[in-house]
Design a protein around this ligand. Structure first.
Ligand SMILES: Nc1nc2c(ncn2[C@@H]2O[C@H](COP(=O)(O)OP(=O)(O)O)[C@@H](O)[C@H]2O)c(=O)[nH]1
Ligand SMILES: [Mg+2]
Length: 444
């Protein structure tokens, strides 16, 4: 959903890639401003953010790295200013949460997602069906609760949602539930009747949490209605639903900075497991598009000069990447530091990095074998991998003191790696890679 912001962040950053004067900074800020406005961020928020970024960049010394740092820090400041993430339990159970929002915003779906989320954390959860506006609303909850083995309180004979809420709370107390989640009615627009119903519900329940479910695709309208709910009923936290859609990125910034309530969760799909705690760092990474790939790129450019990198990329694109290049790449990799720290910089893969033992790339048996193999090749073979027939492979395996199977496996890997490299060095390569990473879901 952040693609709008992401692309323009890159454009802004590129403006000061090769120059570091004030004019370049002004250019970059101007690009950033346009992109933020286009992503539906309120102009006041944009103005404040840009001012802060300008001041901080100058403080750090104008340059690309400093500019990025200033953006990152100021975005994080906005997104964390209001406190809590995730679910907060009351000191004495049951923790009562009232779910609010406009019709179709995702209240019911989010209620079930939250129940599943809490159940996974070994909490005893009761859901109350208090949306009596839409005919099918209670039926929808009955089905979802049955599918997910969640307890539901409903009363098909009662017309007053406040009474149902009251009875549900009584049951939650009596049967020692840890959490009571109350699904409420919505309207297409905010009206007095809805607000009155929510106020009476709120009085009866004294909820610890009043969650506002906001549709991520809603733009400034969604920010405005969140503000109205906050003014009239009071919100303790916001859950952004449909975060997986193609809405513009402004809403997270808008809610945090304009409404001033914390973002707690994000809904990332229609299924009941599709809920994640809102993690500001990750949101900022996504907002800025490449996570620490920026850092990674900077690191790589330190060990490999630009001309060399371009030459290699060209070779890969033409399918001319050979064993000499391979050896040269290995040498550069050494300078990059341990694989673990590199993998840790790629968004979504930090989990994997933690699981990797400190792997000594340079001194690994695998690396030594590969070097032995390449050393056993003739100059011609190194330059043209395609001429390697079986007779040549036999000679190489003898020379390197390895079995033919090992040699074959290495060649297969090399072929595979060249293919992947070729794919990702194409015009859309980086975008493909980033999409792939975004779609990866790692358990937390
Ligand atoms: N893609 C996606 N769809 C969602 C998400 N949350 C809710 N929906 C869909 O939005 C529609 C309205 O959801 P519902 O929970 O019934 O809204 P309510 O009227 O506020 O209770 C349903 O079709 C849901 O499947 C989400 O995080 N991602
Ligand atoms: Mg509903």
């Amino acid at each position: 959903m952040f693609d709008v912001l992401t692309d323009s962040f890159k454009a802004a950053i590129n403006k000061i890639r090769f120059s570091d004067d004030e004019k370049a900074l002004k250019n970059a800020l101007e690009t950033l401003k346009k992109s933020l406005l286009k992503a539906d961020v309120h102009h006041k928020v944009v103005k404040e953010l840009l001012n802060a970024v300008e001041i901080d960049t100058k403080k750090y010394g104008i340059g690309q790295r400093q500019f990025l740092r200033a953006i990152r820090e100021n975005l994080t400041k906005i997104l964390t200013a209001n406190g809590n993430q995730g679910f907060v339990f009351a000191s004495k159970p049951p923790t009562v949460a009232l779910m609010m929002g406009l019709q179709g915003s995702g209240k019911t779906t989010t209620t079930i997602k939250l129940a599943v989320y809490l159940k996974l954390r070994k909490k005893k959860v009761l859901v109350a069906a208090c949306d009596l506006q839409r005919l099918a609303a209670v039926e929808q909850l009955k089905q979802l609760c049955a599918q997910n083995e969640i307890d539901l309180y409903f009363d098909d004979n009662e017309k007053n949602p406040v009474k149902i809420a009251k009875e549900a709370l009584k049951r939650a107390n009596e049967q020692m539930y840890d959490v009571l989640l109350v699904d409420s009615a919505g309207r297409l627009a905010i009206d007095e009747e809805l607000i009155n119903e929510l106020l009476r519900m709120s009085e009866t329940l004294s909820p610890h949490e009043r969650f506002y479910v906001a549709d991520s695709m809603g733009g400034q309208d969604a920010v405005r209605s969140a503000q109205s709910f906050h003014d009239k009923v009071g919100i303790t936290g916001v859950i952004l639903s449909k975060y997986d859609g193609d809405g513009k990125g402004g809403i997270a910034l808008g809610i945090a900075s304009q409404v001033g309530v914390p973002l707690r969760f994000i809904g990332i799909g229609e299924k009941s497991a599709d809920l994640e705690s809102f993690i500001p760092d990750r949101a900022v990474n996504r907002l800025m598009g490449e996570g620490d790939l920026v850092t990674l790129a900077e690191k790589t450019s330190v060990v490999m000069d630009e001309k060399e990198a371009k030459a290699i990329t060209k070779k890969i694109q033409k399918g001319e990447f050979n064993f000499n290049d391979f050896l040269a790449q290995m040498e550069s990799m050494k300078k990059l530091g341990s694989m673990k720290s590199i993998i840790g910089m790629i968004p979504g893969l930090s989990q994997v990095a933690g699981q990797l033992k400190d792997f000594d790339f340079e001194n690994s048996v695998e690396m030594k074998r590969i070097k032995a193999m390449i050393n056993s090749m003739t100059v011609k073979e190194r330059l043209s991998p395609s001429i390697l027939n079986n007779a040549r492979k036999r000679r190489i395996s003898a020379g390197a003191g390895l079995s033919q199977m090992e040699v074959n496996r290495f060649f297969k890997q090399f072929e595979h790696a060249s293919k992947i490299a070729k794919k990702f060095s194409s015009k859309d390569g980086m975008a493909n890679l980033q999409n792939m990473m975004r779609q990866q879901k790692f358990p937390r």
